[in-house]
Design a protein around this ligand. Sequence first.
Ligand SMILES: Nc1ncnc2c1ncn2[C@@H]1O[C@H](COP(=O)(O)OP(=O)(O)O)[C@@H](O)[C@H]1O
Ligand SMILES: [Mg+2]
Length: 361
Amino acid sequence: MERMVEMSSTLQQQRILENLSDAVLCFDKSKVLSYINPAGEILLGVSSRQVQGQSVDKIIHCVKGTLIKEIERALESGVSLVERNLELVSAGEQCVTVDCSITPIYEGNRPNAILLELQHVDRHLQISRESQLIQQQTASKVLMKGLAHEIKNPLGGLRGAAQLLEQELEDDALKEYTQIIIEEADRLKNLMDRMLGPNALPKNKQLNIHGVLERVRLVVQAELPAGVQILRDYDPSIPDVYADKDQLIQAFLNIARNAAQAVGEQGEIKIRTRIGRKITIGSRQNRLVAKIDIIDNGPGVSEGMQEQVFYPMVTGRAEGTGLGLSISQSIINRYDGLIEYTREGGVTLFSVYLPLETGHE
Ligand SMILES: Nc1ncnc2c1ncn2[C@@H]1O[C@H](COP(=O)(O)OP(=O)(O)O)[C@@H](O)[C@H]1O
Ligand SMILES: [Mg+2]
């Protein structure tokens, strides 16, 4: 009986380790790996089988040096260490920032193993940023919807009255004025409709995201001056997404057109697709997402506007409406996805995250 209890508690501990979102690695006193949990495998882009029995400098690659000295120090002193904002290079050659705690594990009165916990810092920043973004979006959407409806209703009355008036007018010259009322009412209604976003019911289908992106590329390419190129960097293995093709085209078109406007007469736009794993959007962790980046080498969103670009009516262009990105964001939100703006290494990125499986973890 006692043995049963003991076994189930070991099993439970194993399960806890396997489901932790932080990476946990264990090294023996000669700095050889004895355990890595699944979060560790994902963070470092390795499989447990492949790195079992390898030494720490083969598994963890820091941008500056290795962790060997710190681990030796912890083993010698028997005291835990914390390294903050450590930059690691993961298997995909991507740089990730982690907080790392190094804890000696004692056997008797001497440390004979090392526990390493790595916590993804970027992801924490990102999660809170995204949650904030989604909250802002929701608040502004509710406000805009309410406002648009309030404006649309009396507009119908205004237009109808102008039409009645026009029928009664005998002097044709005066009809010019009623026409102005009618046209302006139509223009305002049109604007409100666009602000409310697409209202047709979505016709969702399984579709290949590259079909959508190719259409967008061709449309934008036709509008571009000769000095601007659109490059493609697609990962063809991305599974189909379940969405409305026309809506997705609209969402990506708005972003790509902005990129075209940002680069002007000379420049480069790139459409890149990748698979992302375990990506948190808002408070939901998605096992698999498609990440689509529209990258341009223009100047980026001007300082002071970066926080607001996804709000309706926010524009940096004299002839802009400021509706493009807010419509794109609301379309992508419908599929539980998110658009993010970042500036990285001198280029502008609008990254679209689209969950690929609706069964969330
Ligand atoms: N790729 C980009 N590079 C620089 N600025 C951008 C980019 N995309 C959007 N912006 C800025 O965000 C603003 C809002 O974009 P959007 O919502 O599409 O409205 P609009 O294009 O009508 O201005 C733009 O006016 C521009 O200032
Ligand atoms: Mg635009």
